[in-house]
Ligand binder design. Sequence first.
Ligand SMILES: CC(C)(COP(=O)(O)OP(=O)(O)OC[C@H]1O[C@@H](n2cnc3c(N)ncnc32)[C@H](O)[C@@H]1OP(=O)(O)O)[C@@H](O)C(=O)NCCC(=O)NCCS
Length: 168
Amino acid sequence: MKIVTPRLILREFQEKDIADIIANRNSNKKEVKSQILLNQKEIGKEKRENYSLGIELKSNHKLIGEIDIYRVDRFIGKATMGYWLGEDYWRQGIMYEAVQAIIEFAFNKLKLKRIELDTSTKNIPSNGLIKKLGFKYEGTRRKYHGPKTRIWHNANFYGLLASEYKTK
Ligand SMILES: CC(C)(COP(=O)(O)OP(=O)(O)OC[C@H]1O[C@@H](n2cnc3c(N)ncnc32)[C@H](O)[C@@H]1OP(=O)(O)O)[C@@H](O)C(=O)NCCC(=O)NCCS
C-alpha cells in the first residue's frame, strides 16, 4: 500500500530501509529487522489489523519516520494511531502532512468512525501536533504504558471522530 502527499510517500517498510531507520530512531538492527518481518506478515492479509507505514521523503528518497494505524477494529470502527520522525526533520510540518493523509485513509477507505491516540503528558510536540490536527482531549490515565513502548508514564488520551473531521 502507498499514499502519496506533496512531500512524502507513505509506504510499506522494506529491508533496504534498515539503515535509514537506525539512523533516525534509537533502535538496533535486530529490533528493526524483526519489526519489518512482522509488518510484512500483515501485508497479505485480507483484513489487516495493522498498517505500519514508513515515511519516505520525496526530495532525498530517505526513510525518515513511521506512521501507524493499528489495532484496527472493523466491527467497532476504530483504530489507534502512532508515529515517530527522525529529529533532523522535526518542525517542518512533515508529520502534520503524514497524519492528515492517514486520517483520510482511515475514514474514507477503511470507513472507521474513530481514531485514538495516547501520548505522554510530557511529550509537548506530540500533544501539540494532535491538537492542531483537531483531535479532542479525552482524559489522562496515570502510570499508563502503551502496548508498544512498555514505558510507564501519565498519558493524555485523544480521539477524532469521522463525523467531526471534514473528509473529501
Ligand atoms: C511528535 C513528532 C512526530 C512531531 O513531528 P513534526 O513533523 O516535527 O511536527 P510538525 O512539524 O508537523 O508540527 C505540527 C504541530 O505540532 C506542534 N509541535 C510540533 N513540534 C513541537 C514542539 N517541539 N513544540 C511545540 N509544539 C510542537 C505544533 O503545534 C506544530 O504546528 P506549528 O509548527 O504550526 O506550530 C516528532 O516530534 C517526533 O517524532 N517526536 C519523537 C517521537 C514521538 O514523540 N512520537 C509520538 C509518540 S505518541
